[in-house]
Design a protein around this ligand. Structure first.
Ligand code: FDA
Length: 299
């Protein structure tokens, strides 16, 4: 990315919320559960599964965490009633991890039990590195408690990830969106890719079910090679993508017989997620610059 583009991307938090919202609209189903259900119905009709995320993170009040927990129960009831092909993705800090570990674990347990009763899967999203230990512990404790319908996320960016992969049965593998310091994270794009490839290899060697969550063509091709080498059948892995990103490539993967799951966020706490997505969009600097120019010209 050019120097000017990088500066614009870093300045995104200073961009008006109205513009952030407009630019980020393809990445978010909408403010209501109804919007998410509509999007999942359309994805299902195209042969794609979903995982629904109730937007919200770094919650600092118990009542807010409880409200998000209730929202997940509503999601589970609705996807059950509509027989949609979808699970849910949950951020520990949305369920109160920053307030109290045990409070968060209880909220998460209630969601996981509800999901199990309805035959649904719960993916625990991975947030910044200050939460990695607690998130892996939440996952470990739930699995040890007999909850097989729960899985975790590993971030190739973190140096610890290959070691964390050992013994996990169901993992979403991604690069990791949170920028972490060099002491704990790879900074170089090629090193992050190498870590992704090595972790995928280790997980597949171990017989884990992997959600291969990337839009990076090099990594998709590498994963396809690993799948072919091992003669895996389509039930033994899946590709995962974010709503609004490289959907044509997603359709192609499905046409070629692979499973694909799309991450579908909805809700009113759209801001933080939107900024993260925009910072990854290679075209974003151009959009933002064009908007600034339009406003200058109008003046
Ligand atoms: P990269 O960012 O290099 O993108 C590859 C190409 O994809 C780009 O060149 C571009 O063409 C396209 N692209 C990517 N992002 C785009 C965008 N926003 N708009 C337009 N085009 C775009 N992270 C995390 O830390 N914890 C988590 O729990 C999750 N969960 C998660 C679930 C799923 C289903 C996915 C796909 C991703 C995540 N992530 C995540 C995010 C992940 O860590 C990573 O930040 C993004 O997927 C971008 O990395 P890529 O591997 O796609 O490569």
């Amino acid at each position: 990315m050019a120097l000017l583009d990088r500066a614009i991307v870093r300045a995104l938090p200073a961009v008006p919320r109205r513009l952030v919202r407009a630019l980020a609209s393809p990445y978010i189903a909408g403010p209501s559960l109804e919007d998410a259900v509509d999007v999942v119905r359309q994805l299902n009709a195209r042969g794609q599964a979903a995982t629904i995320d109730v937007l919200g993170e770094e919650i600092t009040r118990e009542d807010e965490a409880r409200a998000i927990c209730r929202a997940y129960h509503e999601v589970l009831a609705r996807i059950g009633a509509e027989a949609l092909r979808s699970g849910i993705s949950v951020k520990p800090t949305a369920l109160g991890l920053e307030l109290d570990y045990a409070f968060c674990r209880e909220n998460l347990r209630s969601v996981v039990e509800d999901a199990a009763a309805r035959g649904r899967f719960v993916r625990i999203d991975m947030e910044d590195a200050s939460t990695t230990d607690d998130t892996l512990r939440l996952h470990r404790e739930l699995r040890a408690g007999g909850h097989a319908n729960v899985g975790v996320v590993l971030q190739a960016r973190l140096r610890r990830t290959l070691a964390d992969a050992a013994g996990l049965a169901n993992v979403r593998l991604c690069k990791g969106i949170y920028l972490e310091p060099p002491s704990i994270a790879y900074q170089d794009a090629e090193e992050i890719r190498d870590s992704f490839r090595a972790t995928l290899r280790a997980l597949l060697d171990d017989g884990a079910y992997v959600g291969i969550a990337t839009h990076d063509e090099t990594l998709i091709e590498d994963a396809l090679d690993q799948i072919r080498e091992r003669r895996l059948s389509p039930e033994q892995y899946e590709f995962q993508m974010l709503l609004g990103v490289r959907s044509a490539r997603g359709d192609e993967l499905v046409r070629d017989g692979h499973r694909l799951r799309i991450y579908v966020p909805f809700g009113t706490h759209w801001y933080e997620y939107s900024v993260r997505r925009l910072q990854e969009n290679p075209a974003i600097a151009g959009y933002v610059a064009a908007d600034v120019m339009r406003r200058l010209v109008r003046r």
